[in-house]
Design a protein around this ligand. Structure first.
Ligand SMILES: Cc1cc2nc3c(=O)[nH]c(=O)nc-3n(C[C@H](O)[C@H](O)[C@H](O)COP(=O)(O)OP(=O)(O)OC[C@H]3O[C@@H](n4cnc5c(N)ncnc54)[C@H](O)[C@@H]3O)c2cc1C
Length: 522
């Protein structure tokens, strides 16, 4: 039986696969499972000696094969370092191996605090927070990195010297200030191994949340014009930038027609100081949203489970009939939808304004296509999810953190999932390749006016604003084309702004030990 060892151990089969079943590391020969920052530093040195590079996993939820691939021979798995607590001098901390659920529970039950991080329980803090980390409280409290006050990392800027531990924070100067800045959205697998995140004063947890799900049957949408009405109402009502609406967060599940329905999930968090007034306001808001949505077409009962990452909100759930009140703990559980382990492909886009007619028309058409090689049943887990965004996220400027999208109001996630009877670790079969091709085609059609991606440099109307690094997509560019991908993720924060990710890379990983298909180049 393998035992935890700072010196590393041989892999077991479960070490080889990511959350996305497409990603597998067949050549993995050594696994490090450190229990302290010092052990992480030792594992970093050992990894460099073994394979000339470093592969780190915390929650294994990377959308692409940045960790699990045939390149990976040694892996540092931080999942054993998952403590959440308070440090006397630096305040609250979350270790990198903690899952979102570990972090939420630890902060809520221990201290009545929370973070505006992602809703999926099994995502790891290690990759999630340093990429930005947004979720259902982000309109109210901003991104998780907006609250990050210090970061502890193992780094190896000098190939000839042992790896060392640094803690960088709001008071850091010079290269350390650069590393602190880069850790607030520059993404995982780039500069060093994060061992601990500190938050001096994370937000107070809401006491409760109001949940409502509105549904339509797809067949009610007979023209692109009707879909346009839905997108306009959704943007106006739910992505409103009026501060009194920031406690609300919505997810529009623009499902493929094969799913049968289109759903809107609307959660409103209730800060405790608002009490009864807050409850009345939430009822009023949910009622206004319902009236506006019902004016497009009559709302229908939710007929099946929701698609994508969203917990088990089945058809008989009362929130699909009326507003449902949940304790904050329950709300975390209810929307904690990591979903089953499957194969999946994802793409993203930020939007600063509502949907232009050409985008709506491309979505209307593309979400009804059953591509060659796939059946309608294969499209039952395909959707474009439109999350509301903005609010407190947009209080910071574009260069305050590496995340430059600070005036977007919507964030889109294109998703398609499938399963297969192939053996563990098998590459995509023809059905899998058809799923990937389909999503690529849909995305290219929607963003055709900007060259096939949501490229703000090619959008004089200022609608689209690039992509999310934590939803990585290799189609945006790898190899010589990685520059274009990094522009879409980071815009001027990649290399032009005085504080930039390229400079951070040169200062902290000049030997490029941390590298993957879309890592920051030296
Ligand atoms: C089901 C699901 C739901 C999601 N929901 C959300 C959401 O609501 N909001 C949101 O913002 N994002 C969400 N994401 C995206 C998520 O934030 C990213 O996939 C994130 O990178 C995952 O981090 P991880 O540690 O789980 O993954 P891993 O695969 O372990 O790591 C991801 C990347 O970070 C690097 N990395 C991991 N640990 C460290 C570390 N300690 N130090 C340095 N680098 C490290 C890895 O090398 C890799 O490059 C979701 C993803 C999934 C699969």
């Amino acid at each position: 039986m393998p035992t935890p060892s700072p010196a590393g151990r041989p892999p077991i089969l479960s070490d080889r696969q990511g959350f996305n079943r497409r990603w597998f590391a067949p050549n993995l020969a050594k696994v490090f499972t450190p229990a302290s920052a010092a052990e992480v530093a030792a594992a970093l040195d050992a990894s460099v000696a073994l394979q000339g590079q470093v592969k780190v996993a915390s929650g294994r939820h990377c959308y692409e094969s940045f960790v699990y691939s045939d390149q990976t021979r040694a892996l540092i798995d931080l999942s054993g370092m998952k403590r959440v607590g308070v440090d006397e001098s630096r305040g609250f901390y979350v270790e990198a191996g903690a899952s979102n659920w570990d972090a939420y529970l630890g902060l809520l039950t221990g201290y009545d605090r929370t973070l505006p991080a992602g809703s999926c329980y099994s995502v790891g803090a290690g990759g999630h927070i340093c990429g930005g980390g947004y979720g259902l409280l982000s309109r109210l409290h901003g991104l998780t990195v907006d609250h990050l006050t210090a970061v502890e990392l193992a780094v190896k800027p000098d190939a000839g010297a042992p790896a060392r531990i640094v803690t960088v924070d709001t008071g850091s100067r010079g290269d350390e200030a650069l590393l602190y800045w880069a850790s607030r959205g520059g993404g995982g697998g780039n500069f060093g191994i994060i061992t601990r995140y500190y938050f001096e004063d994370p937000p107070a947890a809401p006491s409760e949340a109001a949940l409502r799900i509105y549904s339509y049957d797809w067949e009610q949408f007979t023209t692109p014009g009707m879909l346009q009405q839905l997108l306009d109402v959704y943007t106006e009502q739910l992505a409103s930038q009026r501060p009194e609406t920031w406690n609300g967060f919505a997810l529009l599940k623009l499902n493929h027609r094969a799913v049968g329905q289109i759903n809107v999930i609307f959660q409103q968090a209730l800060p405790r100081e608002l009490g009864e007034d807050g409850r009345a306001w939430c009822h009023e808001r949910a009622g206004a949203v319902e009236s506006a949505l019902a004016a497009i077409a009559p709302l229908r009962p939710q007929r099946g489970p929701l698609v994508g990452h969203v917990g088990w909100l089945g058809g008989l759930h009362p929130s699909s009939v009326s507003l449902q009140w949940l304790t904050y703990y329950e709300a975390l559980q209810t929307l904690n939808g990591s979903g089953p382990n499957q194969r999946g492909k994802y793409k993203s886009a930020y939007m600063r304004k509502g949907f232009p007619a050409a985008q709506t028309a491309a979505l209307f058409e593309g979400l009804q296509v059953v591509p060659p090689g796939l059946s309608a049943d294969d499209m039952k887990q395909t959707l474009v999810q439109v999350d509301t965004y903005g609010g407190a996220i947009n209080r910071l400027g574009t260069a305050a953190t590496p995340v430059p999208q600070r005036d977007s109001i919507l964030k889109l996630q294109y998703q398609t999932y499938w399963n297969t009877a192939q053996p563990i670790g098998a590459p995509d079969d023809a059905r899998g390749r058809a799923q990937v091709d389909y999503l690529r085609g849909l995305y290219q059609a929607v963003y055709a006016p900007y060259g096939g991606t949501p490229d703000p440099a090619r959008d004089p109307a200022g609608v689209v604003d690039g992509c999310y690094y934590n939803y990585p997509d290799v189609d945006l560019g790898t190899g010589p084309e990685v520059e274009q991908a990094l522009w879409l993720y980071f815009k001027d924060n990649y290399r032009s702004h005085p504080m930039n990710l390229r400079a951070a890379k040169r200062a902290w990983d000049p030997n490029n030990f941390f590298r993957h298909a879309q890592s920051i180049p030296v």
